[in-house]
Design a protein around this ligand. Structure first.
Ligand SMILES: O=C[C@H](O)[C@H](O)[C@H](O)COP(=O)(O)O
Length: 227
């Protein structure tokens, strides 16, 4: 199976988790795309649900498929959110934000009872950090934030977007941070949050409850976080 087919398989598998009248969170990216498409198909066949989106892009896609979209502020607990990831470790700690939607994704994840990650096997790692960690920052001070991150044992920090900086849905910039292997993700997350100007990090810790991993041999692996 190639990458696209694996993403499609994981996304479509997750769409089966959605039950009538659920309030769900819909993720962002090329794997979540297939979840949204499959959900749209079920809505077309009469499934009634309501959804909160993790990005403008996903909101637009869902709306085009007649999936009713609500604002995060207008809902209480989200029953189930399905989202992609850039890296998934065996404890279901994640790096997210490759598509720049990490802030809204983390807010939606934190408001969700279940966060199910859809990914292909290439996203599975023993230790987080090969994928550069996205950090969302306030544009007015990004150079100072970059300097502080470089002092934290980080070999390279790149402002995303060239020549124009990439601007997130919430009007911020993204710094892609090359830490290499992250030994203590929890401590790193806390340290990054202590830098003035950091809005959010792409480290999703203790949030994912389950991962649906599509394998190249055509199988689906389900990993559940031990609580
Ligand atoms: O900001 C984007 C998100 O965190 C995505 O869910 C993540 O980058 C994975 O995207 P994809 O499924 O396209 O690899």
């Amino acid at each position: 199976m190639d990458a696209l087919t694996m993403k499609k398989a994981a996304g479509e598998f997750a769409a089966r988790y959605v039950e009538p009248h659920m309030l769900i969170g819909i993720g962002t990216g090329s794997t979540a795309y297939w979840f949204i498409q499959a959900l749209g198909e079920r809505v077309k066949q009469g499934l009634q649900i309501r959804a909160v989106a993790t990005s403008k892009e996903s909101a637009q896609l869902a709306s085009a498929l007649q999936i009713p979209i609500l604002e995060l502020n207008d809902v209480d607990e989200i029953v189930l959110t399905v989202d992609g990831a850039d890296e998934v470790d065996p404890q279901l700690r994640l790096i997210k934000g490759g598509g720049g939607a990490l802030l809204q994704e983390k807010m939606v994840a934190a408001a969700s009872r279940r966060l199910v990650i859809v990914a292909d096997e290439r996203k599975q790692v023993q230790q987080l950090g090969a994928f550069p960690l996205p950090v969302e920052v306030i544009p007015a001070g990004w150079k100072h934030v970059r300097r502080r991150i470089l002092e934290m044992n980080c070999s390279r920090v790149e402002l995303r977007g060239n020549p124009q900086p990439f601007v997130t849905d919430h009007g911020h910039y993204i710094l892609d941070c090359y830490f290499g292997k992250i030994e203590d993700a929890h401590a790193l997350n806390i340290s990054l949050h202590q830098i003035p100007g950091v809005v959010e990090t792409g480290l999703f810790l203790n949030l994912a409850t389950e991962a649906i991993i599509a394998r190249a041999d055509g199988s689906i692996q389900i990993i559940r976080r031990e609580s």
